[in-house]
Design a binder for this molecule. Structure first.
Ligand SMILES: [Zn+2]
Length: 281
């Protein structure tokens, strides 16, 4: 009997300690950014740029958070969400951890954890510190567009950009580009005018060419067989930069071009979904 009482006492004590720990944890944590979004009702004469400026944000932050928002089609009375600082909201795939997110976005895991309210398992989170300076420099233009597809003809996408689960290990991983299926030896073409800033072997990328297009934007062409360009060389859209190969550690067995679009942010070069940058096909 006494051992039963002792057991009940211990369970109560442990529960109390856990509750206390959780309470103090939530006190330490600031309110998650996504619970601190303000609503802004658009009034006559406002534009996305002017609203962004009023809140000390860049227009891309507002556009990303309000997917219905098209820069040229806002209306008076429309309500939009405004975050406290620049960043993007993302849905986290099942199984991804704070460390996975930290690695994918180049931001410390403890920072992400804290600004998102110290949730144990991330589901929908705000990734801070993203600075789309590119959007400001080019004003109202559709700056996202690359001039052409990086292969001679449009091919099937073997692996999309974003989170995927490795079928063998069950682990989540972030794919920073798209895998465009193409035979080994297929010409790989510069997607836009720019300067070759890298053409060498680089870890899992294998033979990699990086072209800088100005305005904080670059494209990457990986797993190449061989190069057709040298560092420092200027290319225009459609110029051959190399040939499809299987170097490095491709995520697919089928030969493909791993193609990335990256933007310069204060935290480094952040991969974007290339599909949103390629010309409409
Ligand atoms: Zn890939």
């Amino acid at each position: 009997m006494s051992s039963q009482l002792l057991f009940i006492f211990l369970v109560s004590l442990i529960t109390l300690i856990i509750n206390f720990a959780e309470a103090s944890l939530s006190q330490l944590c600031p309110t998650p950014v996504l619970s601190r979004l303000q609503r802004h009702k658009i009034v006559s004469g406002e534009s996305i740029s002017s609203i962004a400026q009023d809140y000390n944000l860049i227009p891309e932050t507002l556009i990303k958070l309000n997917p219905n928002l098209k820069r040229k089609s806002i209306w008076v009375g429309q309500e939009i969400l405004v975050p406290p600082f620049n960043g993007i909201r993302i849905e986290v795939p099942n199984g991804a951890t704070w460390n996975d997110l930290a690695k994918a976005y180049g931001i410390r895991a403890d920072v992400l954890f804290e600004i998102n309210g110290c949730a144990k398992i991330p589901t929908v989170v705000y990734i801070p510190g993203v600075d789309w300076q590119i959007g400001e420099k080019t004003g109202q233009n559709d700056y996202m567009g690359l001039k052409r597809y990086p292969l001679p003809s449009v091919t099937r996408v073997g692996l999309t950009y974003g989170w995927h689960r490795n079928p063998t290990t069950g682990q989540s991983f972030f794919h920073g580009g798209i895998d465009l299926l193409a035979q080994v030896g297929t010409s790989v073409l510069a997607a836009d005018t720019g300067r070759v800033i890298f053409a060498a072997q680089e870890g899992t990328y294998g033979f990699l060419v990086v072209v800088y297009h100005g305005n904080g934007r670059q494209t990457r062409y990986a797993h190449l067989n061989r190069f057709q360009v040298k560092i420092g060389q200027t290319v225009k859209e459609g110029d051959v930069v190399g040939y499809v190969g299987k170097t490095g550690q491709p995520d697919l067995l089928e030969p493909h071009l791993h193609f990335e679009v990256r933007y310069k942010f204060p935290v480094g070069w952040v991969a974007q979904d290339p599909v949103t940058h390629l010309p409409k096909l």
